[in-house]
Write a protein that binds this ligand. Structure first.
Ligand code: ADP
Length: 571
């Protein structure tokens, strides 16, 4: 038997512990590691920028419920990658970042791309490991992967000093180390499953069932934790057996179809403002849910929170907390309710009120959407996109959305009918995730088309990754709502700018009518410039059936949006 080096051993360890895809940017000292991983059957998606690759890895973790893997070079590569790692941790998605680092013997001497990377990743990493000898590689790889996905998912970090990557051991020894790491992993999994197996006490489950049964105005809210847990079937049973209206958070959309008769999305203010008991599954009572406080929620509402994280429940101090996996807890709750069933029924005053309000709001919105406004506002093209998506057969496309106005309008207008088919700026309101998320979605769900609906500002963060789309021929259609800037171009007439640089382009503005469609054409992809309903319909019809990389540059009236979208109070 021959010898192998650290690069091969990292690649072997990744393959052994289930990694199928990696995202990243190669360079010193990790190029050989990427090549070795490819040789072992791992698909390596090479990006232009670690930030986008990191966003891809984070979304991959959400879509597949297995850690997304980001590979970066040392120093600045690691710093760029922090964008993705922090995004994963904030969204509670499993991801690992692997960065090369400088030779251990050169630490502190100003080596090429030197940085104390373990220190740099600290705020965003559940577990950070740095093997100091090749023999520690298999265990380290296994541990970071396991930790990212265990308990509340999040980011983990693996630091690979260049000297460790170049050390060698015999293949025989490598196999022994890999087998040992696998044994350790199995033992830890057993330990963790004992720890994670919270066995929500029966009395808490029956209290939850009884609170829902006695409620006059119950509501079921679910979020991306429930989506991650694949709780859709359990939630559907719960909603349909009890007749309780439901409200998804943006990334919970699609667990039950938006078109479901018990969907309270279009009556959100009424639902959260008036419910007396809210079962919240895999969603934090953070800014997205108005902290669960008045004036948006009633001061007397009783929250039943279901979350994998005990800390989260302690933080929110709900009326009742159920620690555990969303799917498992909801399944147990279903069993409990089955023994003593109840169902509100359509004529129940609460269900009726929500349904009436939802219909009223939908018809108001439809009246707005029905108009063909040219130059385009946000609504007209969004309606055309919604209808084009609705015309597609299952599996539904994954919709990626970002930008202030574009994302806000898209959230209300676009319809999700299948779980985990929406990705957006998420808990952190991260702009720039678009192209990375598109690439992750196309790689994680190869049977689905990916449709990005992006503001021009969001698109710009990672626009060069359209080359990555073309290189891998991914079925991604990027629709850019081009209103010439952040929130909407040069708005000098609405906000005065003075001083010696007052004639510079406004801070909110980009070049008006920029030719974003030409960007993808530079790499051999298909670009469309559209300004009318007919042009947009034609571009969507061609690109949706071609399932090839395309950018549709939709020119929007620069005055159509509002500053900060729906978060004006925060700006
Ligand atoms: P949203 O943005 O959809 O409101 P959040 O990201 O705020 O959702 O909340 C997701 C919650 O889901 C987090 O508190 C996280 O701990 C929790 N979570 C993650 N995985 C699971 C799981 N398997 N079961 C239950 N809760 C989970």
């Amino acid at each position: 038997m021959g010898e192998i080096d650290g690069n091969v051993l990292v690649a072997k360890s990744l393959a052994k512990f289930g990694v199928r895809h990696m995202f990243g940017v190669v360079g010193i000292p990790v190029t050989s590691l990427a090549n070795r991983a490819v040789s072992l059957g791992i698909r390596f998606i090479a990006f232009h920028n670690e930030q986008s690759a990191g966003y891809a890895a984070s979304a991959y973790g959400f879509l597949t419920s297995t850690p997304g893997v980001l590979l970066t070079v040392s120093g600045p590569g690691c710093v760029h990658g922090l964008a993705g790692l922090s995004n994963a941790s904030t969204n509670t998605w499993p991801m690992i970042m692997i960065s090369g680092s400088c030779d251990q013997s050169d630490v502190g001497r100003g080596d090429f791309q030197e940085l104390d990377q373990i220190q740099a990743v600290k705020p965003f990493s559940k577990l950070s490991l740095k093997p100091t000898h090749i023999s520690q590689i298999p265990n380290s790889v296994s541990q970071v992967l396991a930790s990212a996905a265990s308990g509340r998912p999040g980011g983990c970090y693996l630091d690979l000093p260049s000297d460790v990557l170049h050390q060698k051991i015999s293949e025989e020894e490598a196999e022994t180390l890999l087998a040992e790491a696998e044994r350790n992993r199995n033992e830890n999994e057993n330990e963790n499953s004992k720890k994670d197996n919270h066995h929500t006490p029966a009395d808490k489950i029956s209290e939850a069932a009884s609170l829902l049964r006695r409620a006059e105005r119950p509501l079921i809210v679910f979020g991306k934790g429930a989506a991650y847990a694949r709780a859709e079937h359990a939630l559907k049973r719960l909603v349909e057996s009890t007749g309780i209206p439901f409200l998804p958070t943006p990334l919970g959309k699609g667990l039950l179809p938006d078109t479901h008769e018990l969907a309270a999305t279009a009556a959100r203010s009424l639902a959260i403002g008036k419910c007396d008991v809210a079962l919240v599954v895999g969603a934090r009572l953070n800014w997205l849910l108005h902290f669960g406080e008045p004036p948006k929620w009633s001061k007397d509402v009783k929250f039943i929170l279901v979350d994998i994280s005990e800390e989260e429940i302690e933080l929110r101090k709900p009326h009742l907390g159920l620690v555990g996996d969303a799917r498992e807890v909801v399944e147990i709750l279903n069993k409990e309710i089955k023994d003593d069933p109840f169902c509100l029924g359509k004529s129940h005053p609460w269900v009726d009120a929500i349904s009436k309000k939802a219909k009223e709001n939908v018809s108001k919105m439809e009246a707005q959407l029905a108009k063909d406004v040219v130059p385009f506002n946000f609504l007209t093209p969004m309606r055309i996109i919604r209808d084009a998506i609705a015309g597609l057969e299952s599996p539904a496309p994954i919709v990626v959305s970002e930008g202030a106005n574009t994302m806000d309008v898209g959230r209300s207008v676009l319809i999700q009918t299948e779980p985990r088919t929406r990705l957006d700026a998420g808990t952190w309101g991260t702009m720039g995730v678009g192209l990375g998320y598109c690439i992750a979605a196309a790689v994680a769900s190869p049977d689905r088309l990916v449709v990005a609906v992006e503001g021009d500002s969001g698109f710009g963060f990672s626009a060069i990754e359209v080359e990555t789309l073309v290189r891998y021929q991914l079925p991604v259609v990027v629709i850019v709502f081009n209103n010439g800037g952040v929130y909407g171009g040069d708005r000098r007439s609405t906000e005065e700018i003075d001083g010696p640089h007052k004639d510079d382009p406004a801070p909110t503005s980009f070049v008006p009518n920029a030719g974003y469609h030409a960007l993808i054409e530079a790499f051999g992809g298909k670009g469309y410039l559209v300004g009318t309903p007919e042009e947009l319909k034609h571009a969507l019809s061609e690109t949706f059936s071609a399932r090839k990389p395309a950018v549709i540059n939709v020119i929007i009236d620069p005055y159509a949006g509002s500053e900060s979208g729906r978060l004006q109070h925060k700006n």
